[in-house]
Design a protein around this ligand. Structure first.
Ligand SMILES: NC(=O)c1ccc[n+]([C@@H]2O[C@H](COP(=O)([O-])OP(=O)(O)OC[C@H]3O[C@@H](n4cnc5c(N)ncnc54)[C@H](OP(=O)(O)O)[C@@H]3O)[C@@H](O)[C@H]2O)c1
Length: 366
């Protein structure tokens, strides 16, 4: 039984082009064919919508095609467990599909190979996609989901706009704007695909950001600030929107009436640094699968020291800022030897107007 690379490519393209936040679901694409003819296709919808496989089966019905004896290509092993939707594996069996090609086995312990075994025991042929490039693309698609489902921790992406000399602000703290307009549009999209956006208290104080995804209807669920001893409610006004605001702190302020609409979560602190692992763990418990860290350098540095960043995206702008007192892109403790440096893999380099956008995975997480 050989796989049809073009059919699987179509399923992959469907999944890769999902442009809404599905969290905590992974993006999945599925198609159904029979003797080379495309009968139906589907993608996973945000909860409580259907998974890709069910949508593909429904699409066949809408197109008046029978699924009996057909072939399904899906980028992830179909689900096995009762959740908000009926298990996809049962729907596939009921539909009479006779073979299924799967991009990756589901890392979720509730599914992991169980659906494959159930399909096989119901006489359905199952093949894992063999093409290495397509396998890798399928694995990349579920990387945040895999991290989240196996560790309970959010997949953390950090975005920074830097000058050619690695600065993120001038000596007065001014940072508007280092990156190009197009780069900033990309950041708006990244925000809309995130469950939570995190910043340090100095970025809140100096930049007065909104952290909203401008001109996009989908917004992050949480805007999060690390602020040990919150003392200035006015500073938080710029964050007010439909997103919930969380402040991780050492001590909740006593004058809560001045802080309406803000949730305080107390966490431990050492040497004036809040416990970032605990903060992320709490966000994970709230089903935050994708977290975007927007700086500044101290916060990103601390996260890197603790190996808590999965992916970095830098917008490098053709400008020089200079100044010993201008903020550097990454603070924290740093390392003693180059051999201890955090390596990035899967590097992508793209020109965005005058900027260079560099994206890579931090190797300790690969
Ligand atoms: N170009 C860019 O992409 C970009 C993005 C963001 C910011 N910026 C610039 O960066 C500058 C601010 O950055 P920054 O590095 O000075 O400060 P920052 O990272 O925004 O905030 C640092 C503060 O966060 C709090 N914090 C709590 N726990 C922490 C922990 N474990 N690790 C680190 N921080 C922790 C501390 O304040 P508490 O004592 O209140 O807890 C700490 O002083 C501004 O000038 C801003 O314009 C640039």
């Amino acid at each position: 039984m050989t796989e049809n690379l073009n059919d699987y490519e179509l399923a992959l393209n469907l999944a890769e082009n999902i442009s809404v936040n599905l969290s905590p679901r992974p993006p999945v694409g599925a198609i159904i064919t029979n003797e080379g003819e495309l009968l139906g296709k589907g993608v996973t919808q945000p909860s409580p919508g259907n998974h890709a496989e069910i949508n593909a089966i429904l699409d066949c019905k809408n197109n008046n095609f029978s699924t009996k004896g057909s072939t399904m290509y899906t980028t992830l092993e179909p689900c096995f467990h009762e959740g908000e939707t009926n298990p996809c594996v049962d729907k596939i069996i009921e539909s009479g599909i006779s073979q299924v090609f799967i991009g990756v086995v589901d890392p979720n312990p509730k599914v992991n190979e169980k659906s494959i075994n159930k399909l096989l025991s119901n006489g359905i042929k199952v093949n894992i996609i063999e093409d290495e490039v397509q396998r890798k693309r399928s694995e990349d698609l579920i990387e945040p989901f895999k991290h989240f489902i196996t560790t309970g921790m959010p997949y953390v992406t950090s975005k920074i706009a830097i000058s050619l000399d690695g600065k993120i602000a001038t000596k007065t703290g001014d940072s508007k704007w280092i990156s190009s307009e197009k780069s900033r549009e990309i950041v708006q999209k990244m925000r809309s695909l995130s469950d939570a956006i995190i910043i340090g208290s100095k970025t809140l104080k100096i930049d007065k950001p909104s952290l909203s995804a401008k001109e996009i209807s989908e917004q992050p669920r949480y805007k999060v600030v690390l602020n040990s001893k919150p003392s200035n409610p006015e500073r938080y006004l710029t964050l007010k929107s439909e997103s919930e605001i969380i402040v991780f702190c050492e001590k909740t302020p006593t004058d809560l009436s001045s802080w309406k609409g803000i949730e305080f979560i107390e966490i431990a602190s050492k040497d004036n640094k809040l416990d970032l692992k605990e903060a992320l763990r709490i966000l994970g418990e709230r089903n935050c699968m994708n977290v975007l860290v927007e700086g500044g350098g101290q916060l990103i540095g601390s996260l890197i020291d603790l190996n808590l960043i999965n992916k970095m995206r830098l917008f490098i702008s053709p400008m020089l800022i200079g100044g010993i007192n201008s903020a550097d892109s990454i603070g924290g403790e740093g390392i003693e030897f180059i051999s201890q440096s955090k390596k990035l893999t899967d590097m992508e380099v793209v020109r965005v107007e005058s900027d260079i956008m560099v994206t890579g995975k931090v190797k300790s997480h690969v």
